[in-house]
Design a protein around this ligand. Structure first.
Ligand SMILES: Nc1nc2c(ncn2[C@@H]2O[C@H](COP(=O)(O)OP(=O)(O)OP(=O)(O)O)[C@@H](O)[C@H]2O)c(=O)[nH]1
Length: 320
């Protein structure tokens, strides 16, 4: 080797040290996808020494790398000299590396952002490309956590904690929407209100906890009885409202009776007691004379009141 090339090699050595010490993966490959360079980061996370990777096809050493996808991504980098990017939200990783923070991390693999860019020769040809791998596990898990918490918050704002049915506010929003639709398209739609009979007695006899169990049992009855397209909500303490789209009063009579019978059959176990309960139901079909959603709901509430007046454990359906 000439003195000048030895000198050039010696001068380049610090560059190898630099590439070895940075916390980014660097892989240089040629057009055959043969690996030409593999830095310390890649060695540390893959457990493979440069001697077992350099000179080999990337796809032979890492069969899990999606060949079709990488070829498609790399082609324009070689041919058009345009860099390519991969972010973890599209594809969590290119190389499946385990994370090195098993205690603090809830992921067992490393999320990666990847940049692929062209490397020109002195003659300005693109014979090699560089793949840079960034460990973005903390950032990704932070974002995933925020999204999960947002999802939980959104659910909490819609769902009643005791019964897992819609809460009053969300049910009313749904009801308002359905009211507008029914008014605009003159749809057949019915709202139903139901209430546990003499519920105060349950609380007074067996305690508040037992009362809560009865409320939950009724919520289960409702869930098991209504259709997926119906919307049920807990309207008040022991009062529930159900919206039944595309359902006329006659069909609602059948639903109300099923609910009433199922509640009558349901027995709630609390400590040594078996608690029976019944419900009263009131329903009103949407009518064009209902000027507001509230007027429609009050119509159903009057039917419920009528059911209570008539002796409870029964349904009253308003048809006009
Ligand atoms: N356990 C429990 N009780 C509740 C809850 N919300 C309201 N209540 C109770 O429900 C009872 C409702 O009583 P009332 O409105 O007098 O009605 P009722 O005893 O069911 O009588 P009728 O509706 O006329 O058959 C009250 O005692 C409230 O304290 C709740 O979340 N859990």
């Amino acid at each position: 080797m000439s003195d000048s090339s030895q000198k050039a090699l010696a001068e380049m050595h610090w560059q190898y040290d630099l590439l070895g010490s940075i916390e980014v993966g660097i892989v240089v490959i040629n057009r055959d996808f043969t690996v030409e360079m593999w830095n310390q980061f890649m060695e540390n996370h893959s457990g493979k020494l440069p001697s077992s990777v350099v000179g080999k096809s990337l796809f032979d050493v890492f069969p899990e790398v999606d060949k079709t996808w990488l070829l498609r991504k790399a082609q324009p980098v070689f041919d058009l000299r345009t860099p390519a990017f991969l972010i973890w939200e599209q594809r969590p990783y290119l190389f499946k590396f385990t994370t090195n923070r098993p205690i603090t991390s809830s992921s067992d693999f490393m999320y990666q952002n990847v940049t692929i860019f062209p490397l020109a020769t002195l003659g300005d040809k693109i014979e090699k490309i560089c793949i840079m791998v960034y460990d973005v596990t903390d950032q990704a898990l932070g974002q995933i956590n925020i999204e999960r918490l947002n999802g939980e918050l959104e659910e909490m704002s819609r769902i009643d904690g005791l019964t897992r049915l819609f809460n009053r506010r969300y049910w009313q929003e749904t009801f308002e929407r359905e009211f507008k639709r029914a008014k605009r398209y003159d749809e057949t739609c019915t709202v139903l209100m139901l209430d546990i009979d003499h519920f105060k007695k349950v609380n007074d006899t067996y305690g508040h906890q037992a009362g809560d169990k009865v409320i939950q049992a009724l919520a289960d009855v409702i869930r098991d009885t209504i259709r997926e397209t119906d919307s049920a909500g807990r309207y008040g303490g022991e009062e529930f409202a159900i919206l039944l789209p595309d359902t006329d009063a006659a069909s609602v009579g059948y639903v109300a009776e099923r609910l009433r019978k199922a509640a009558e059959k349901k027995q709630v176990k609390h400590e040594d007691h078996k608690i029976d309960f019944t419900i009263s139901v009131g329903a009103a079909q949407y009518h064009e004379r209902h000027q507001t959603a509230l007027a429609w709901l009050e119509h159903a509430d009057q039917a419920l009141y009528q059911a209570k007046e008539n002796g409870r454990n029964q349904a009253v359906i308003q048809t006009d």
